[in-house]
Write a protein that binds this ligand. Structure first.
Ligand code: GLN
Length: 539
C-alpha cells in the first residue's frame, strides 16, 4: 500500500483540539494494525518552541532525539504509543532557515527564491520526509493555526498541491466550530460554511468535517452542512465536549470516522480496530470512585497547558491505581511559612514542578521542607529535584545559602551547578542537555523497585546538574544519589530511603508516559500516595 497522507486543518477559532482529533485518528488506525505517525507544522517563525515561555505556548515537549517540540507531540505519543522525533515538528522558521541555507550554498543559483515554489517545495519535502522512510502506512499532518491566518497560507498551498499530486493517497480533514447561541437557543452552522468556503478558495476541498460543539448536533443539521460544503453526508461527524480526551477515539469510531477515512483513501479490507486495552483503561477510568489528592507546586499552575505531560502522566498513573485524580494546583509564589501547613495538609502526595529562573523558588523550598519533615510522598522533577537537593543542603547539611548557580551565581555552596559542557554555550535555542539518556539505578533503591529495572532511559531538558563534589556529604546525611548516567556519572535520581517516598529525577519521566504504557515511577508515586492516604484515614 502507498503511504497515505492525512491533512488536518482547523477553522473558525483556535483551540479546537486538532491535536486530539489527529491523535484519535492515529490511535484508531494503529489499532487496525496500520503503521502511523503524526506530525505538526506550526506557522510561527521561531525555529522551535524551546525558547517560548509557557504563557505563550504551554509546555515544551521533548522528543527522544532531543527536539524541543510542540505539546501536541505529547498527545500523539500518549494516544499512539509511537515515539516522535525532530522530523515530527516543523515550524515556518525551520522551513525558511533550510531555504535560506540552500540559497547560500548556491542550490538555487541564478533563480529568484520565492514563497512559491521554493518555500512550498520545502514544506512539501518535509511533509513527505517521514512517509519516504517506508516505515509508515499513514502520515497525519496537522497544520497549526486557523484557516485564514496570513502565516499559514504557504502550508495550505503546499497541502493543495500535494492533494492534487497524491490523489487517493491524500485526505483532508477540516475541524470547525459550531457555536450554540444561548439567547436564540440555536446551534449555528454559518461559521462552518464560511470556514469551508475559505478553504475552498485556497483550492482545498475537505473530505471530512469534524464539528466541535458543546451540544449534540442533529443529523439534519449535519446533512445541511454536508450539502453546503460538498462533503458526503456521513463524512460530517461531531466532536462534542468529552469528560476525558481519552474517550475521543471511541466517540470518533462510533461515528465511523476511521472507516470513512479509509474509504476516502481507498484502503479496502482493513481489520476492525482492536481497542480492548484502550477500553480497559477507559473502564478503569470511569469506575474509579475513590480519590487520590496530589498537589502540584509550580509557578505556572494557573495555565492549563504549562504542565500538560505531568498532568496526563499523573492521570494515567491514578487510573492504573484505580483512583480518580484530584490534582490541586499550588502556586509556588504563594507558599509561605505561615500557610504551608494549610496548603499541603490535605495532600496525599506532592509534586515539585520543573522550571527555570528564580521566581517562586523559595516557595518550592518551603513546600519541600514541609513535605520532608512531615514525610509526605514527594516527587521532584528536574528543577523540582534540584530544589530537593538545595533544601536538603540548607536544612539538613546546614549549608546556609546553598543554591543552584542558576539562581545565585555567587553562592558559597553550589550544590547544583552548570554542567561542564554548558559552560561554553551562549546560544539559547536547542542547546540544553536534551533528549533521552541512559540512567543506571542502584540495586535495592526505591527508584529501581518502581521501574522494576536497574537500567532506564528517560528524556532531559536542563543545563544545571547535581554537583558531584558534594555527593559524599549528601549520602552520609541520608540523601542517596541512586541514579546516574553510566558514561558521565551525572546524577539523575536522588532519594531519601528512610522516607515514605521522596524521589527527585533530573530527567522528565512524564514525557514517556502513555495510555497503554504508563510511566512506572508515576505509578509507584501515586501508589505510595494512596497508601499514605489510607494510613492517614486510619489514624
Ligand atoms: N532550570 C533547571 C536547569 O536548567 C531545570 C530545568 C527544568 O526543570 N527543565 O537545569
Amino acid at each position: 500500500m502507498n503511504t497515505k497522507y492525512i491533512f488536518v486543518t482547523g477553522g473558525v477559532v483556535s483551540s479546537l483540539g486538532k491535536g486530539i482529533i489527529s491523535s484519535s485518528l492515529a490511535c484508531l488506525l494503529k489499532a487496525r494494525g496500520f503503521r502511523v505517525t503524526i506530525q505538526k507544522f506550526d506557522p510561527y517563525i521561531n525555529i522551535d518552541p524551546g525558547t517560548l515561555n509557557p504563557y505563550e505556548h504551554g509546555e515544551c515537549y521533548v522528543t527522544v532525539d532531543g527536539h524541543e517540540a510542540d505539546l501536541d507531540l505529547g498527545h500523539y505519543e500518549r494516544f499512539t504509543n509511537v515515539r516522535t522525533t525532530r522530523a515530527n515538528n516543523i515550524t515556518t522558521g525551520r522551513i525558511y532557515q533550510n531555504v535560506i541555507d540552500k540559497e547560500r550554498h548556491g542550490e538555487y543559483l541564478g533563480k529568484t527564491v520565492q514563497i512559491i515554489p521554493h518555500i512550498t517545495d520545502e514544506i512539501k519535502r518535509n511533509i513527505k520526509l517521514l512517509g519516504k522512510t517506508g516505515n509508515f502506512d499513514f502520515v497525519i499532518t496537522e497544520i497549526g493555526g486557523t484557516v485564514g491566518d496570513i502565516e499559514s497560507l504557504p502550508f495550505l498551498e503546499a497541502v493543495r498541491q500535494l492533494r492534487w499530486e497524491l490523489e487517493a493517497d491524500a485526505c483532508c480533514v477540516h475541524l470547525t466550530y459550531v457555536p450554540y447561541l444561548g439567547a436564540a437557543k440555536e446551534l449555528k452552522t454559518k461559521p462552518t460554511q464560511h470556514s469551508v468556503k475559505q478553504l475552498q478558495q485556497l483550492g482545498i476541498q475537505p473530505d471530512i468535517l469534524v464539528l466541535r460543539t458543546e451540544k449534540d448536533i442533529p443529523m439534519e443539521m449535519r446533512h445541511k452542512i454536508a450539502r453546503f460544503c460538498n462533503v458526503a453526508p456521513d463524512a460530517v461527524v461531531q466532536s462534542a465536549d468529552a469528560p476525558s480526551i481519552y474517550e475521543v477515539p471511541i466517540r470518533m469510531h462510533r461515528q465511523h470516522l476511521d472507516e470513512i477515512l479509509l474509504r476516502v483513501c481507498d484502503v479496502r479490507n482493513a481489520a476492525e480496530p482492536d481497542m480492548k486495552a484502550w477500553n480497559r483503561f477507559l473502564e478503569r477510568m470511569t469506575s474509579a470512585k475513590e480519590e487520590v489528592t496530589i498537589g502540584l507546586v509550580g509557578k505556572y499552575v494557573e495555565l492549563q497547558d504549562a504542565y500538560k505531560s505531568i498532568n496526563e502522566a499523573l492521570f494515567q498513573a491514578a487510573t492504573y491505581n484505580d483512583r480518580r485524580l484530584n490534582l490541586v494546583s499550588i502556586h509556588s509564589e504563594k507558599v509561605t511559612d505561615g500557610n504551608v501547613d494549610e496548603l499541603l495538609a490535605g495532600m496525599d502526595g506532592v509534586i515539585i514542578a520543573p522550571g527555570f529562573g528564580s521566581r517562586g523558588i523559595e516557595g518550592k523550598f518551603k513546600a519541600l521542607r514541609w513535605c520532608r519533615e512531615n514525610d509526605v510522598p514527594t516527587f521532584g522533577i528536574c528543577l523540582g529535584m534540584q530544589c530537593m537537593v538545595i533544601e536538603f543542603a540548607r536544612n539538613v547539611l546546614g549549608l546556609e545559602g546553598a543554591n543552584s548557580t542558576e539562581m545565585d551565581p555567587a553562592t558559597r555552596y553550589n550544590v547544583i551547578d552548570l554542567m561542564e559542557e554548558q559552560k561554553s554555550i551562549t546560544d539559547k535555542g536547542g542547546t540544553m542537555r536534551l533528549g533521552a539518556y541512559d540512567c543506571t539505578l542502584r540495586p535495592g533503591s526505591r527508584a529501581a523497585a518502581a521501574y522494576g529495572s536497574e537500567k532506564v532511559s528517560e528524556r532531559h531538558r536542563h543545563r544545571f546538574e547535581f554537583n558531584n563534589d558534594y555527593r559524599r556529604r549528601f549520602e552520609q546525611a541520608g540523601m542517596q544519589c541512586v541514579g546516574e548516567n553510566p558514561e558521565t556519572h551525572l546524577v539523575e535520581v536522588v532519594e531519601i530511603p528512610e522516607k515514605r517516598w521522596f524521589i527527585g529525577t533530573q530527567y522528565h519521566p512524564e514525557y514517556s508516559s502513555t495510555v497503554l504504557s504508563p510511566n512506572p515511577i508515576f505509578i509507584d508515586f501515586v501508589k505510595s500516595a494512596i497508601i499514605y492516604h489510607d494510613e492517614k484515614k486510619k489514624a
